[in-house]
Design a protein around this ligand. Structure first.
Ligand SMILES: Cc1cc2nc3c(=O)[nH]c(=O)nc-3n(C[C@H](O)[C@H](O)[C@H](O)COP(=O)(O)OP(=O)(O)OC[C@H]3O[C@@H](n4cnc5c(N)ncnc54)[C@H](O)[C@@H]3O)c2cc1C
Length: 307
Protein backbone atom coordinates (compact mmCIF):
# COMPACT_ATOMS: atom_id res chain seq x y z
CA UNK A 1 0.00 0.00 0.00
CA UNK A 2 1.35 3.45 -0.88
CA UNK A 3 1.49 6.19 1.73
CA UNK A 4 -1.28 8.03 -0.17
CA UNK A 5 -3.53 4.94 0.00
CA UNK A 6 -2.72 4.52 3.69
CA UNK A 7 -3.75 8.13 4.32
CA UNK A 8 -7.09 7.60 2.55
CA UNK A 9 -7.77 4.46 4.60
CA UNK A 10 -6.87 6.12 7.87
CA UNK A 11 -8.97 9.22 7.24
CA UNK A 12 -11.98 7.50 5.68
CA UNK A 13 -13.81 7.11 9.02
CA UNK A 14 -12.65 10.29 10.74
CA UNK A 15 -15.54 12.46 11.92
CA UNK A 16 -15.93 16.25 11.92
CA UNK A 17 -13.30 16.90 9.26
CA UNK A 18 -13.27 18.35 5.76
CA UNK A 19 -10.80 16.29 3.75
CA UNK A 20 -9.55 16.71 0.19
CA UNK A 21 -6.99 14.37 -1.34
CA UNK A 22 -4.20 15.22 -3.79
CA UNK A 23 -5.04 18.87 -3.39
CA UNK A 24 -2.90 21.32 -5.43
CA UNK A 25 -1.47 24.01 -3.15
CA UNK A 26 -1.68 26.47 -6.04
CA UNK A 27 -5.37 26.71 -5.03
CA UNK A 28 -4.62 27.85 -1.50
CA UNK A 29 -1.10 29.27 -1.15
CA UNK A 30 -0.71 33.03 -1.50
CA UNK A 31 1.99 32.37 -4.13
CA UNK A 32 -0.67 30.58 -6.24
CA UNK A 33 1.71 27.73 -7.02
CA UNK A 34 2.98 24.54 -5.44
CA UNK A 35 2.59 20.76 -5.61
CA UNK A 36 -0.22 18.63 -4.22
CA UNK A 37 -0.65 17.66 -0.59
CA UNK A 38 -1.59 13.98 -0.23
CA UNK A 39 -4.41 15.25 1.98
CA UNK A 40 -5.57 18.62 3.25
CA UNK A 41 -7.64 18.21 6.38
CA UNK A 42 -9.67 20.91 8.13
CA UNK A 43 -10.97 19.77 11.55
CA UNK A 44 -14.32 21.34 12.53
CA UNK A 45 -13.42 21.75 16.18
CA UNK A 46 -10.64 21.20 18.70
CA UNK A 47 -11.82 17.69 19.61
CA UNK A 48 -11.65 16.64 15.93
CA UNK A 49 -8.20 18.21 15.67
CA UNK A 50 -6.91 16.27 18.68
CA UNK A 51 -8.46 13.06 17.31
CA UNK A 52 -7.04 13.32 13.81
CA UNK A 53 -3.56 14.31 14.96
CA UNK A 54 -3.61 11.32 17.34
CA UNK A 55 -4.56 9.01 14.45
CA UNK A 56 -1.80 10.44 12.24
CA UNK A 57 0.83 10.10 14.97
CA UNK A 58 -0.26 6.54 15.80
CA UNK A 59 0.07 5.52 12.16
CA UNK A 60 3.38 7.32 11.60
CA UNK A 61 1.94 9.64 8.94
CA UNK A 62 3.85 12.89 8.49
CA UNK A 63 1.75 16.01 9.02
CA UNK A 64 2.18 19.75 9.26
CA UNK A 65 -0.20 22.43 10.49
CA UNK A 66 -0.96 25.26 8.08
CA UNK A 67 -2.83 28.51 8.50
CA UNK A 68 -3.30 30.98 5.65
CA UNK A 69 -0.38 29.60 3.57
CA UNK A 70 1.13 33.06 3.17
CA UNK A 71 4.68 32.05 4.09
CA UNK A 72 4.76 28.60 2.58
CA UNK A 73 6.25 27.06 -0.58
CA UNK A 74 5.23 23.48 -1.40
CA UNK A 75 7.70 22.02 -3.91
CA UNK A 76 6.32 20.72 -7.22
CA UNK A 77 6.57 17.02 -6.23
CA UNK A 78 4.04 17.74 -3.50
CA UNK A 79 3.83 17.06 0.21
CA UNK A 80 3.42 13.31 0.79
CA UNK A 81 1.76 13.68 4.19
CA UNK A 82 -1.24 15.50 5.63
CA UNK A 83 -1.56 19.25 5.90
CA UNK A 84 -3.74 20.10 8.88
CA UNK A 85 -5.56 23.29 7.98
CA UNK A 86 -6.46 25.30 11.06
CA UNK A 87 -8.82 27.76 9.37
CA UNK A 88 -12.06 26.60 11.03
CA UNK A 89 -10.62 27.06 14.53
CA UNK A 90 -10.95 30.82 14.36
CA UNK A 91 -12.65 32.25 17.47
CA UNK A 92 -11.37 35.61 18.73
CA UNK A 93 -12.51 37.27 21.97
CA UNK A 94 -11.51 40.34 23.96
CA UNK A 95 -11.76 40.59 27.72
CA UNK A 96 -10.84 42.81 30.66
CA UNK A 97 -10.09 41.46 34.10
CA UNK A 98 -9.11 43.92 36.85
CA UNK A 99 -7.94 46.49 34.32
CA UNK A 100 -5.84 43.97 32.33
CA UNK A 101 -6.90 43.86 28.68
CA UNK A 102 -6.47 40.68 26.72
CA UNK A 103 -7.35 39.19 23.34
CA UNK A 104 -7.64 35.44 23.10
CA UNK A 105 -7.57 33.83 19.64
CA UNK A 106 -7.67 30.36 18.18
CA UNK A 107 -4.79 29.49 15.87
CA UNK A 108 -6.78 29.58 12.62
CA UNK A 109 -8.07 33.11 13.17
CA UNK A 110 -6.70 35.58 10.64
CA UNK A 111 -4.36 38.05 12.29
CA UNK A 112 -6.40 40.72 10.49
CA UNK A 113 -9.44 39.79 12.62
CA UNK A 114 -7.37 40.19 15.78
CA UNK A 115 -6.05 43.61 14.75
CA UNK A 116 -9.59 44.71 13.79
CA UNK A 117 -10.98 43.61 17.16
CA UNK A 118 -8.12 45.39 18.95
CA UNK A 119 -8.94 48.59 17.06
CA UNK A 120 -12.67 48.33 17.72
CA UNK A 121 -12.06 47.84 21.49
CA UNK A 122 -9.53 50.71 21.54
CA UNK A 123 -6.70 48.35 22.51
CA UNK A 124 -3.17 49.30 21.51
CA UNK A 125 -0.31 46.88 20.72
CA UNK A 126 -1.27 45.33 17.39
CA UNK A 127 -0.94 48.42 15.18
CA UNK A 128 2.49 47.61 13.70
CA UNK A 129 1.35 44.10 12.76
CA UNK A 130 -1.60 45.38 10.69
CA UNK A 131 -1.57 44.01 7.16
CA UNK A 132 0.34 40.77 7.86
CA UNK A 133 -1.90 38.29 6.06
CA UNK A 134 -1.22 35.17 8.16
CA UNK A 135 -3.20 33.29 10.79
CA UNK A 136 -2.52 33.57 14.54
CA UNK A 137 -0.84 30.12 14.59
CA UNK A 138 1.34 30.84 11.54
CA UNK A 139 2.27 34.25 12.91
CA UNK A 140 3.41 32.76 16.21
CA UNK A 141 5.29 29.93 14.48
CA UNK A 142 7.14 32.48 12.30
CA UNK A 143 7.32 35.09 15.08
CA UNK A 144 5.95 37.44 12.44
CA UNK A 145 6.88 41.04 12.87
CA UNK A 146 7.22 44.47 11.35
CA UNK A 147 8.27 48.00 12.29
CA UNK A 148 10.36 46.91 15.25
CA UNK A 149 7.82 44.65 16.93
CA UNK A 150 6.83 41.02 16.61
CA UNK A 151 4.47 38.40 18.00
CA UNK A 152 6.82 37.67 20.89
CA UNK A 153 6.37 41.23 22.15
CA UNK A 154 2.59 40.99 22.60
CA UNK A 155 2.01 37.30 23.31
CA UNK A 156 1.44 36.31 26.93
CA UNK A 157 0.91 32.60 26.36
CA UNK A 158 0.50 30.02 23.64
CA UNK A 159 -1.68 26.92 23.67
CA UNK A 160 -0.36 23.92 21.83
CA UNK A 161 -1.18 20.31 21.15
CA UNK A 162 1.64 18.30 22.59
CA UNK A 163 2.99 15.00 21.25
CA UNK A 164 1.07 13.15 23.99
CA UNK A 165 -2.25 14.48 22.65
CA UNK A 166 -2.95 17.02 25.40
CA UNK A 167 -3.40 20.77 25.10
CA UNK A 168 -0.70 22.59 27.06
CA UNK A 169 -0.25 26.26 27.79
CA UNK A 170 3.23 27.77 27.64
CA UNK A 171 3.96 31.27 28.84
CA UNK A 172 5.96 33.56 26.58
CA UNK A 173 9.17 32.99 28.52
CA UNK A 174 8.86 29.23 28.02
CA UNK A 175 8.88 29.65 24.22
CA UNK A 176 12.34 30.04 22.63
CA UNK A 177 11.31 32.89 20.32
CA UNK A 178 13.95 34.40 18.03
CA UNK A 179 13.94 36.44 14.83
CA UNK A 180 11.18 34.91 12.62
CA UNK A 181 10.94 31.71 14.63
CA UNK A 182 9.23 30.48 17.77
CA UNK A 183 11.80 27.72 18.15
CA UNK A 184 9.23 24.95 18.68
CA UNK A 185 9.54 21.65 16.73
CA UNK A 186 7.82 21.73 13.29
CA UNK A 187 5.06 19.26 14.20
CA UNK A 188 4.03 21.05 17.40
CA UNK A 189 0.58 22.35 16.67
CA UNK A 190 -0.29 25.78 18.02
CA UNK A 191 -3.99 25.85 18.89
CA UNK A 192 -4.33 29.37 20.25
CA UNK A 193 -2.74 32.32 21.98
CA UNK A 194 -3.44 35.20 24.33
CA UNK A 195 -2.19 38.73 23.86
CA UNK A 196 -1.78 41.51 26.43
CA UNK A 197 -2.81 44.96 25.20
CA UNK A 198 -3.16 48.42 26.66
CA UNK A 199 -6.15 50.73 26.53
CA UNK A 200 -5.36 53.32 23.89
CA UNK A 201 -6.86 56.15 21.90
CA UNK A 202 -9.23 54.88 19.18
CA UNK A 203 -8.33 57.56 16.63
CA UNK A 204 -4.58 57.11 17.19
CA UNK A 205 -4.82 53.31 16.85
CA UNK A 206 -6.80 53.56 13.61
CA UNK A 207 -4.52 56.24 12.20
CA UNK A 208 -1.40 54.14 12.88
CA UNK A 209 -2.95 51.06 11.26
CA UNK A 210 -4.02 53.09 8.21
CA UNK A 211 -0.51 54.54 7.89
CA UNK A 212 1.03 51.06 7.98
CA UNK A 213 -1.45 49.64 5.47
CA UNK A 214 -0.67 52.55 3.12
CA UNK A 215 3.07 51.87 3.46
CA UNK A 216 2.47 48.20 2.58
CA UNK A 217 0.38 49.13 -0.46
CA UNK A 218 3.17 51.38 -1.70
CA UNK A 219 6.22 49.21 -0.92
CA UNK A 220 5.06 45.63 -1.52
CA UNK A 221 4.21 44.10 -4.92
CA UNK A 222 0.66 43.23 -3.91
CA UNK A 223 -0.66 43.11 -7.49
CA UNK A 224 1.00 39.70 -7.95
CA UNK A 225 0.83 36.49 -5.90
CA UNK A 226 3.71 36.39 -3.39
CA UNK A 227 4.55 35.01 0.05
CA UNK A 228 6.05 38.05 1.74
CA UNK A 229 9.78 38.45 2.32
CA UNK A 230 11.73 35.54 0.87
CA UNK A 231 14.89 35.85 2.99
CA UNK A 232 15.55 36.76 6.61
CA UNK A 233 17.49 39.97 6.96
CA UNK A 234 21.20 39.33 7.55
CA UNK A 235 22.75 41.29 10.46
CA UNK A 236 24.19 44.27 8.57
CA UNK A 237 21.84 45.06 5.69
CA UNK A 238 18.18 44.39 4.83
CA UNK A 239 17.98 41.41 2.44
CA UNK A 240 16.07 43.53 -0.12
CA UNK A 241 18.84 46.14 -0.28
CA UNK A 242 21.49 43.42 -0.62
CA UNK A 243 19.62 41.74 -3.50
CA UNK A 244 19.22 45.14 -5.16
CA UNK A 245 22.98 45.77 -4.83
CA UNK A 246 23.60 42.38 -6.50
CA UNK A 247 21.70 43.71 -9.53
CA UNK A 248 19.04 41.01 -9.31
CA UNK A 249 15.88 43.16 -9.23
CA UNK A 250 13.54 42.09 -12.03
CA UNK A 251 15.44 38.85 -12.84
CA UNK A 252 13.06 36.19 -14.07
CA UNK A 253 13.00 32.40 -14.21
CA UNK A 254 9.96 31.16 -16.09
CA UNK A 255 7.03 33.10 -14.65
CA UNK A 256 8.76 33.72 -11.31
CA UNK A 257 10.37 37.12 -10.91
CA UNK A 258 12.40 38.98 -8.29
CA UNK A 259 10.10 41.94 -7.82
CA UNK A 260 11.21 45.22 -9.36
CA UNK A 261 9.30 46.97 -6.59
CA UNK A 262 10.86 45.15 -3.61
CA UNK A 263 13.84 42.86 -4.22
CA UNK A 264 13.10 40.60 -1.23
CA UNK A 265 9.82 39.51 -2.82
CA UNK A 266 9.46 36.85 -5.52
CA UNK A 267 6.24 37.23 -7.48
CA UNK A 268 4.28 34.80 -9.64
CA UNK A 269 3.58 36.46 -12.97
CA UNK A 270 1.21 33.74 -14.13
CA UNK A 271 2.24 30.13 -14.39
CA UNK A 272 5.38 30.00 -12.23
CA UNK A 273 6.33 26.66 -10.69
CA UNK A 274 8.03 26.02 -7.36
CA UNK A 275 11.12 25.00 -9.38
CA UNK A 276 11.16 28.48 -10.99
CA UNK A 277 10.98 30.08 -7.55
CA UNK A 278 13.69 27.79 -6.16
CA UNK A 279 15.96 28.64 -9.12
CA UNK A 280 15.71 32.32 -8.15
CA UNK A 281 16.29 31.53 -4.47
CA UNK A 282 19.43 29.55 -5.33
CA UNK A 283 20.67 32.28 -7.69
CA UNK A 284 20.30 34.96 -4.98
CA UNK A 285 21.98 32.77 -2.35
CA UNK A 286 24.89 31.94 -4.66
CA UNK A 287 25.52 35.56 -5.69
CA UNK A 288 25.15 36.86 -2.10
CA UNK A 289 27.75 34.34 -0.95
CA UNK A 290 30.18 34.89 -3.84
CA UNK A 291 29.99 38.66 -4.11
CA UNK A 292 29.19 39.75 -0.53
CA UNK A 293 30.20 36.76 1.60
CA UNK A 294 26.67 36.69 3.05
CA UNK A 295 24.62 33.51 3.65
CA UNK A 296 20.97 34.29 3.04
CA UNK A 297 18.47 32.04 4.78
CA UNK A 298 14.89 31.74 3.47
CA UNK A 299 12.21 33.08 5.79
CA UNK A 300 9.54 30.88 4.15
CA UNK A 301 8.67 27.37 5.22
CA UNK A 302 9.70 25.28 2.20
CA UNK A 303 8.23 21.77 2.27
CA UNK A 304 7.59 18.79 0.03
CA UNK A 305 9.48 16.90 -2.63
CA UNK A 306 11.30 18.46 -5.54
CA UNK A 307 14.23 20.66 -6.35
C1 LIG B 1 1.95 40.38 1.21
C2 LIG B 1 2.60 39.72 2.42
C3 LIG B 1 3.15 40.51 3.42
C4 LIG B 1 3.75 39.92 4.52
N1 LIG B 1 4.29 40.72 5.48
C5 LIG B 1 4.90 40.15 6.54
C6 LIG B 1 5.50 40.96 7.55
O1 LIG B 1 5.46 42.20 7.52
N2 LIG B 1 6.14 40.35 8.59
C7 LIG B 1 6.20 38.99 8.68
O2 LIG B 1 6.79 38.47 9.65
N3 LIG B 1 5.63 38.18 7.74
C8 LIG B 1 5.00 38.73 6.69
N4 LIG B 1 4.42 37.93 5.74
C9 LIG B 1 4.55 36.46 5.87
C10 LIG B 1 3.37 35.75 6.55
O3 LIG B 1 2.15 36.44 6.37
C11 LIG B 1 3.61 35.55 8.02
O4 LIG B 1 4.79 34.80 8.28
C12 LIG B 1 2.42 34.80 8.65
O5 LIG B 1 2.49 34.91 10.01
C13 LIG B 1 2.33 33.33 8.26
O6 LIG B 1 1.09 32.84 8.72
P1 LIG B 1 0.27 31.76 7.90
O7 LIG B 1 -0.94 31.42 8.67
O8 LIG B 1 0.05 32.20 6.51
O9 LIG B 1 1.31 30.54 7.94
P2 LIG B 1 1.49 29.41 6.84
O10 LIG B 1 2.11 30.02 5.62
O11 LIG B 1 0.25 28.63 6.68
O12 LIG B 1 2.60 28.51 7.55
C14 LIG B 1 3.88 29.05 7.79
C15 LIG B 1 4.60 28.14 8.81
O13 LIG B 1 3.88 28.16 10.04
C16 LIG B 1 3.49 26.85 10.41
N5 LIG B 1 2.16 26.94 11.02
C17 LIG B 1 1.03 27.48 10.50
N6 LIG B 1 0.02 27.37 11.39
C18 LIG B 1 0.52 26.74 12.46
C19 LIG B 1 -0.04 26.31 13.70
N7 LIG B 1 -1.32 26.51 14.02
N8 LIG B 1 0.76 25.66 14.57
C20 LIG B 1 2.07 25.45 14.29
N9 LIG B 1 2.65 25.82 13.14
C21 LIG B 1 1.87 26.47 12.24
C22 LIG B 1 3.49 26.04 9.12
O14 LIG B 1 3.70 24.65 9.38
C23 LIG B 1 4.65 26.67 8.39
O15 LIG B 1 5.86 26.14 8.87
C24 LIG B 1 3.80 38.50 4.63
C25 LIG B 1 3.23 37.71 3.62
C26 LIG B 1 2.64 38.31 2.53
C27 LIG B 1 2.01 37.44 1.46
Amino acid sequence: MTQREAIRNILSDAADLDVVYDEPMSRHASLKLGGKAAALVAPHNEAALIRVVGILRKNGIAFLPVGNLTNLLVLDGGYPGVLVWMRTLDAVTASEVNGVFEISAQAGAPLARVTALAASRELAGFECLAGIPGSVGGAIRMNAGAFGTDMQAITTCVELLDADGTIKTLTRTEIPFSYRSCGLPADVLITGARFALQKGDAAAIRAKMAEIMKWRQEKHPLRYPNAGSVFKNPPDLPAGRLIEELGLKGVRHGDAQISKQHANFIINKGRATAADVMALIHLVQQKAKEEKGVSLEPEWAIIGEGI
